[in-house]
Design a protein around this ligand. Structure first.
Ligand SMILES: [Zn+2]
Length: 135
């Protein structure tokens, strides 16, 4: 199916589709072949996904979000929880931080890829030996 067959997708719809791990254009094909491994193209609509590289943005936004979830909870526990010992904080918050990060990371990566696709922010084409040919 050609790209002309798909209706234009607004930014928030595309990002919502990406958040759910679906192709931002057709909403049918999966974005990921593994936990965080992007597919080279959508198996349903053949949208080429390779040029849309999220790089470190998903990790940055995930760390930002996890920090803004965990730190207030730590402060609330410290203030109203009778100041538990440090080992208790370590046992509680470290695994919880990892779990929340693992839940958010693929969703945020999908949303970032959809954002890049929506604005057509693609990596420049490179030569077969990996050299950047952009001006
Ligand atoms: Zn698709």
């Amino acid at each position: 199916m050609s790209s002309a067959a798909y209706a234009p997708v607004d930014l928030w719809t595309a990002m919502r589709r990406g958040w759910r791990g679906r192709c931002p254009r057709c909403n049918a094909g999966p974005l990921f072949g593994g936990f965080l491994k992007m597919r080279s193209h959508c198996p349903t609509c053949d949208l080429v996904l390779e040029p849309y590289r999220a790089d470190d943005a998903p990790a940055y936004f995930t760390i930002f979000a996890v920090g803004h979830i965990i730190v207030p909870l730590v402060l609330v526990l410290e203030r109203y929880g009778n100041q538990p010992p440090l080992w208790f904080h370590a046992v509680l918050w470290l695994p919880l931080s990892v779990v929340i990060a693992l839940i958010l990371l693929p969703r945020i990566k999908g949303a970032v890829i959809a954002l890049l696709w929506s604005h057509r922010i693609a990596a420049p084409k490179s030569s077969p030996d990996g050299l950047d040919l952009s001006p």
